[in-house]
Design a protein around this ligand. Structure first.
Ligand code: GLV
Ligand code: MN
Ligand code: MN
Length: 413
């Protein structure tokens, strides 16, 4: 039994065509008009399959087949993107989930449990923070009210945007606990390709620390202000950026640090800036080293504020500890992938994923497909069609087997 590769690829294309950007990617920032159109398309496909569709207060869409015979085996992902998104990040997990159900239906095979596909709101966290917000609310890790009160980078209130696109539903949060959760996703990194391995059985997700840093100094004339009298936020932002790079190199291992956004005000050639607003993305698989990195950055910024005569204030945008997936689900993915005749390796995820939130409430893991050149969050993101299709077939078998497994703990029954 195999999913329809043709249908999967054509649906990926149809979804990518919503919010198209040069280079073949998509821009569907969370809760924008493009996000709405993408959601409408998925809901149409869910309806065509006759799935029971529920939408909760944060806009998570869940399509379930065979409601009512126990807790479902759930899959899913997200269809929101970063501003420069590729065509596979998130989309693959949602569309492969629909493929699994459609394939089993066509084969007239009914698993002993419901199967469901989730489309989680605002996984990317590019417009509203924190990331993985929909799945976090679904898993009970964030109160719905708190999420609804989030303000976007463009100043919009999340609740208003959700109402505007008509995806504020009435299903309760947290959501009903699934029997198990498995997500198919592209790796978004270079490891599978570099090692010549076909698939990843994902062991967990590294810890994520996001903060916004506001530097306020003294705006002044670029020609007349002596260097010794400057309180320059652009210089301070640059120092912090360099410090992060050097910190990551010094700590080594899995430590990664990124300054992805810098807004300078007033951003003019002949004005020493008044302020700089930047974001820090610091991640590690080891919680203690992640904490060390955070405290070294804080110390550095304190000293810098003092020496440069600027004020530096910080705001936490997201903070999630590393997550370890359930060994039973990891083992299952590994053995099923081998039984399909493919090479597989265990690996942690560098990116954040909805599965890490579902792991709080039920046995969970993920299947990774390779990403060509390890490129993601970029329109050039690419995964070979055979990898997308074979990955979906592994997802199918994994969901089928999970539906037949009993877990004594951490289940919804
Ligand atoms: C989400 O995609 C993240 O890891 O930034
Ligand atoms: Mn993703
Ligand atoms: Mn992403």
């Amino acid at each position: 039994m195999h999913v329809s590769g043709t249908r999967l690829l054509s649906r990926l294309q149809e979804l990518a065509d919503i919010g198209p950007i040069p280079g073949g990617g998509s821009c569907r920032l969370a809760l924008t008009d493009e996000d709405r159109l993408g959601r409408d398309l998925i809901v149409t496909w869910m309806k065509d399959l006759g799935l029971e569709i529920s939408i909760d207060g944060i806009g998570n869409i869940v399509g379930t087949w065979n409601v009512g015979c126990g807790a479902p085996v759930m899959t899913g992902s997200h269809i929101d993107t970063v501003r420069t998104g590729g065509r596979y990040d998130g989309n693959l997990g949602v569309l492969a989930g629909l493929e699994v159900i459609e394939t089993l239906m066509a084969a007239q095979l009914s698993p002993p449990r419901p199967l469901s596909v989730g489309v989680f709101t605002n996984e990317e966290g590019a417009r509203f923070q924190p990331d993985m917000m929909g799945s976090l609310v679904f898993a009970g890790g964030m109160a719905l009210e708190e999420a609804l009160n989030t303000v976007s980078i463009d100043g919009a209130l999340l609740a208003d945007e959700l109402n505007r696109i008509e995806y504020a539903g009435s299903s309760p949060s947290p959501g009903a606990v699934p029997h198990a959760f498995v997500e198919l996703h592209i790796e978004q990194g270079p490891l599978l390709e570099a090692q010549g391995v076909r698939f990843g059985a994902v062991t967990g997700v590294q810890g994520i620390s996001w903060q916004e840093v506001l530097i306020e100094g003294q705006s002044n004339h670029a020609g007349t202000t002596p260097m010794s009298l400057r309180h320059d936020p652009a210089f301070v932002a640059a120092k912090i950026t360099v410090f992060l790079r050097e910190l990551a190199e010094r700590l080594g291992g899995h430590q990664v640090c990124t300054v992805g956004k810098i807004d300078i005000h007033p951003n003019l050639i002949n004005v020493v800036p008044k302020s700089a607003l930047l974001t820090l993305d610091i991640r590690n698989t080891d919680e203690l080293i992640l904490q060390q990195a955070e405290s070294e950055v804080a110390e550095f910024m304190n000293a810098l504020a003092h020496s440069e005569g600027v004020s530096i204030t910080t705001r936490i945008l997201a903070r999630f500890e590393p997550v370890v997936f359930d060994p039973r689900v990891i083992d299952l993915i590994e053995s099923l992938t081998e039984s399909h005749g493919h090479s597989v390796m265990r690996m942690p995820s560098g990116a954040g994923h909805d599965a890490q939130m579902l792991a709080r409430v039920c046995p969970s893991s993920m299947i990774f497909t390779p990403s060509v050149l390890g490129i993601s969050h970029n329109p050039a993101e690419f995964t070979e069609p055979d990898d997308l299709i074979d990955g979906s077939n592994i997802l199918l078998d994994t969901m089928w087997q999970l539906a037949h497994m009993n877990f004594d703990e951490k289940t919804g029954d």
